[in-house]
Write a protein of this length. Structure first.
Length: 289
């Protein structure tokens, strides 16, 4: 793919979504989704190493250059899935591949289980389905979420004197993230305001979820995935509960697992091996059309 992506603006019925697009217009369509509080630049290391794909790397709503949701709306997980579905419809795609990291992997997994007839190939990096919770915690979770929503209403994000200060904060928050990777994310994720620099992401993204799916619901979505699925794990990535992760892998009918050295952002820190896996996985979709 070319080393320089194209900027794209996608108008959905509810939001304006920004994207970085790599590859030829007639390449095999693949939607790429980033992690929580990251942005589309998370794929800047992998994308130039791919060929034959039309890789549309979106800033998910509330992230990067994409529009924030309206007052009174939230970033509930299932609503995020719905908004990403709207993006695929706005692009005019009937069949496509999906690539996701972390939160993006969770969204991609559920999207593939919701529309198995549309998603032809799925690749997830450091994630498979969303964080789940037992029903007994529902009341406590909702109370805490609503209380914090009220307490933090109208508050902005942290202010930093320089971009470098924001970058250092990101490196600390995401232990193991290399300085170069942090700089890549900050280039798209930080904006200048009066008095310094702050995050572009919507502060409401940091609020706790009002409700989470149960593990049984997550497994239902995963069992409904019908396409070949690639699961990429990092040797030093986010810890997974072995039993739950094993059950999730077993629920996906056509899953293949690979593991590489690195941390949670291995696709950005050391993209070569991950890109080779992704290229091989999406190759059956075909090259330029």
């Amino acid at each position: 793919m070319p080393d320089t992506p194209q900027a794209m603006t996608i108008e959905t019925p509810t939001l304006t979504v920004a994207a970085r697009v790599w590859g030829p217009a007639d390449g095999a369509p693949v939607l790429a989704l980033h992690g929580w509080l990251d942005n589309a630049a998370t794929w800047d290391g992998v994308a130039p190493l791919l060929s034959g794909l039309r890789l549309v790397c979106v800033d998910m709503p509330g992230h990067g250059l994409s529009q924030h949701v309206s007052p009174g709306q939230t970033y509930a997980f299932v609503d995020t899935v719905a908004r990403i579905h709207e993006v695929t419809v706005a692009l005019g795609w009937t069949k496509f591949g999906v690539l996701g990291h972390s939160l993006g992997a969770a969204v991609a997994s559920v999207l593939a289980g919701t529309f198995p007839e549309r998603v032809q190939r799925l690749a997830v990096v450091e994630g498979l389905g969303p964080v789940a919770e037992e029903p007994k915690h529902a009341a406590e979770r909702l109370a805490r979420s609503l209380t914090l929503e009220h307490e933090k209403r109208g508050r902005g994000s942290a202010l930093y004197p320089t971009v470098e200060h924001a970058q250092r904060r990101l490196e600390i928050a995401m232990a193991g993230l290399t300085p170069q990777s942090a700089a890549t994310l900050c280039a798209r994720g930080v904006k200048e305001v009066e008095g310094g620099f702050t995050w572009r992401s919507d502060p409401r993204l940091r609020l706790p979820s009002r409700m989470r799916l149960t593990e049984a619901q997550v497994l239902t979505f995963l069992r409904n995935i019908s396409c070949p699925t690639l699961v990429v794990r990092a040797s030093d990535g986010h810890p997974f509960m072995p039993k739950a992760h094993s059950e999730r892998l077993g629920a996906v009918p056509h899953a293949r697992v690979v593991e590489h050295p690195g941390g949670h952002h291995l696709h950005l820190d050391t993209p070569q091996a991950v890109a080779a896996d992704i290229q091989e996985h999406f190759a059956p979709l075909g090259g330029p059309r």
